[in-house]
Design a protein around this ligand. Sequence first.
Ligand SMILES: Cc1cc2nc3c(=O)[nH]c(=O)nc-3n(C[C@H](O)[C@H](O)[C@H](O)COP(=O)(O)O)c2cc1C
Length: 262
Amino acid sequence: MYTTMYGLFAFLIFPQKQSGLFLEYIHSSQKNATDAYGITGFEGLTSFYGFMYHSQKRLLPLIIDKTIQTKGPIVVAITGASGSVYALTLIRWLAGNGYQVDAIASETGKKVFEYETGTKFTVRAITNGKGLLTIHDNNNLFSSLSSGSSKQGKFSKVVIVPCSMGTLGRIAAASGSKLIERVADVALKERRRLVIVPRETPLHSLHLKNMLELSSAGAVILPAMPGFYQKPGSVNDIINFMVSKILDALDIPNEMYTRWGN
Ligand SMILES: Cc1cc2nc3c(=O)[nH]c(=O)nc-3n(C[C@H](O)[C@H](O)[C@H](O)COP(=O)(O)O)c2cc1C
């Protein structure tokens, strides 16, 4: 409700039609980035320095600046499986290449992300101030991403990376109660691209069955299984290979590693 009010206010001040925005929250007054409300679909702004209402009804300073041509939006969901560096690299690549990114992390996903990458799960820490990233609260089922009918939050592509066996099972059973699971469900029912990057080893038959169910429902199952034929010289090469595979599955042109035959 508060972000809607704010959007209307901002639109009235800057009625110029533009295709995208650079958004940056100032985090000094923000304890927890996953509390941040998503602000998407703010077409019509050039630059704005002001305030936004926080979910806990605190006023936050906000900068909207540097209008840029954006593509997307693309939803990147992060769950509590190992391999969150793939998500970090993917978001940085997308945001750095002009894509609007909507990120959501599960509670454990956020903890594992911060533990494994040493990067705080905040807009500023993830993007280093470059690109358009919005972090959504996984508990906020009132999010604009929640409904297939929402124009404001309309996304065409979703990637869950890394995807835990828990989230995988809940999506396969169509019985999720968090935003990540709802967004995946919307992607499937609306026939949008859903890329799932599961990570666990070894796998038992229920894991495999859930993957088969999701593949049959239209999801792309893209396991975190890096190849070695490109002869990686570093861990970064291995990460880039996986991220490139994810971008390929999202139909996003990229050259993050030397492809076979090049
Ligand atoms: C450091 C760490 C690594 C984990 N790695 C995996 C993993 O690779 N795959 C997995 O399915 N679960 C893994 N888990 C367990 C999940 O985090 C746990 O099942 C959690 O409930 C998943 O919740 P979520 O799907 O809501 O994120 C890991 C947990 C921790 C703390």
